[in-house]
Design a protein around this ligand. Structure first.
Ligand code: GAP
Length: 513
């Protein structure tokens, strides 16, 4: 675990050192849980967004996109339930004066039991070697069964307390489990209290009678309030979806793990409107579709899992998370929710407008049900970084830091490197750049030795480098180097575009879906 924490720390510093992610307002020592994306980060982020957007809007002829404003009428949040129910249960440690989410403290405790189980399994594997049968071991080993029983009992108690939002019981669980503050190491806890996560601001000057408005905590409501506009102007027939990418804001109390939990972040959400009664079928379809989207990146199916919710949000009748194996355990990257007709009905009630769908086949009007897929761009970014980062041991004891980013998402696709800064090589390299830069993101570099330049490109995940040398001037060929294998081969300049495009284009990735 400590080793994994070290890896995570290295990833965070790598992100800063190589222009992926900086703390916000860095020269003022940062702002808690707010981050800026640098020159490479913004490219990777845009590629992730493009991959999502195209998989939704381009590949589904019944999904369209919108871009709603961050500010919305304040009644939206009353109707959606966020003013009354978008709360976290908080607890303070009196000694460290640190504030925690009670549910997170308990979930961390559950994770500790899981770690213990994994440790026992690892011990068993070591002891029994090839004859090791994990399923049998887990179902018969006394120590494992004991930990599993404790974990399951805690899980059941926690789920019940969260379901009822029983704050006293949450506190009691923390006391009974002897959970200590990670900073002070003490169990000197306050009671658990509710805390609303929405940021407020004021619109208009006070003299004019300013009104309190909220920074949206999810982009979904921008879709719900535009349901009628899109359905009518797009003449959309059920089932159909509306997709959106945009900023969301939450006053997270436990902001930690870098860009995993931020106060300003970006969501990619899609609301899929369906006929009531068909929602479970669509829920399952979207579960599979979204998992396929993740797995097409090639990180290995074993690094993903579904986690079905015990405690459903105030609007849902089914919900699951797609979790990814981060260095700090399996964590939610995406949520898939069956939101019923809750939101549209609430907006109809609060706005006084009829928000329905006339079904020409049934000759009747009804409020559509909604399946939502909701993924955080930043969390997706983090999962990609974590999986791609490697400190590779090379022959001779050397270590190279490489980002094995999926080629279609890499910030730079091709680095164009003249072997030396003379003899017409820079000019030839520039000529190649001028041709290829219209097709994919290329970077020209002539400073330092070729070896150092390769390493710099490895560190930002550039899938290909080409080196322009003296032979290039005679035979029009360059050395093409592959980031992952480090293999080099000679190719004709005229073939470069086709070879690279095949590997790095988003189209190739989308075709895997
Ligand atoms: N509209 C439904 C909704 O917002 P959610 O589970 O609260 O559901 C969806 O959020 C996704 O947004 C999460 O799976 C996560 O990827 C991302 N997300 C939520 N809160 C976040 C935060 N504070 N920082 C970064 N990403 C966050």
């Amino acid at each position: 675990m400590a080793q994994q924490e070290d890896v995570f720390k290295k990833i965070v510093s790598h992100c800063k050192e190589y222009g992926f992610v900086f703390p916000s307002s860095d020269i003022y020592d940062g702002l808690g849980a707010v981050y800026d994306y640098g020159q490479n980060g913004v490219e990777l982020k845009n590629n992730i967004k493009n991959y999502w957007w195209k998989s939704m809007v381009l590949l589904h002829d019944n999904i369209v996109g919108i871009d709603a404003a961050v500010f919305m009428h304040p009644t939206v949040w009353k109707a959606s339930g966020h003013v009354d129910a978008f709360n976290d249960p908080l607890i303070d440690n009196r000694d460290s004066k640190k504030r925690y989410r009670a549910d997170v403290l308990i979930e961390d405790q559950i994770a500790k039991y899981e770690e213990k189980i994994e440790k026992e399994v690892a011990k068993g594997r070591k002891r029994f070697g090839d004859a090791f049968d994990e399923a049998q071991f887990v179902s018969t080993n006394g120590r494992v069964l004991e930990i599993v029983a404790k974990r399951d009992a805690l899980h059941a108690r926690y789920a019940k307390a969260m379901e009822a939002m029983d704050l006293e019981e949450l506190k009691q669980i923390i006391v009974d489990e002897e959970i200590v503050c990670p900073i002070s190491g003490t169990r000197n806890w306050t009671d658990v209290r509710q805390f609303n996560l929405m940021f407020k601001t004021e619109m208009g000057s006070t003299a004019d009678g300013a009104s309190t408005i909220y920074l949206r905590p999810e982009t979904a409501q921008g879709i719900f309030v535009n349901y009628l506009n899109v359905q009518k102007t797009g003449r959309m027939k059920l089932p159909f979806g509306i997709a959106q990418i945009g900023k969301a804001f939450r006053n997270e109390i436990v902001a930690r793990q870098f860009i995993f939990r931020m106060r300003e972040f970006e969501q990619m959400e899609m609301q899929f409107f369906v006929k009531p009664g068909t929602e479970m079928e669509w829920f399952n379809t979207w579960k599979q579709t979204r998992m396929a989207w993740h797995q097409a990146l090639g990180f290995g199916a074993e690094n993903y899992r579904f986690h079905d919710h015990e405690k459903l949000a105030h609007y849902a009748n089914a919900a699951t998370d797609i979790e990814f194996r981060m260095p700090f355990g399996f964590k939610e990257v995406e949520g898939i929710h069956s939101r019923t007709d809750f939101d549209l009905k609430q907006h109809a009630k609060y706005s006084g407008k009829k928000i329905e769908y006339f079904d020409p086949e049934d000759n009747q009007s009804y409020t559509p049900y909604v399946i939502e897929t909701s993924i955080g761009v930043d969390r997706m970014f983090l999962s990609i970084m974590c999986h791609s980062y490697e400190e590779e041991q090379l022959e001779g004891g050397d270590v190279r830091t490489v980002l094995h980013l999926p080629a279609a998402l890499a910030p730079v696709k091709l680095a164009v490197l003249p072997l030396v800064k003379k003899d017409g090589l820079p000019e030839k390299a520039q000529e190649i750049m001028q041709e290829l830069k219209f097709h994919f993101n290329c970077k020209y570099e002539e400073k330092d030795t070729i070896g150092k330049r390769y390493r710099r490109q490895d560190a930002i995940g550039t899938p290909y480098c080409i080196t322009v040398d003296h032979d290039t001037l005679n035979d029009n060929t360059v050395t093409l180097r592959d980031r992952d294998t480090m293999e080099q081969r000679r190719v004709n300049i005229n073939e470069l575009r086709a070879i690279i495009e095949e590997q790095v284009s988003l189209t190739s990735l989308l075709k895997r879906l």
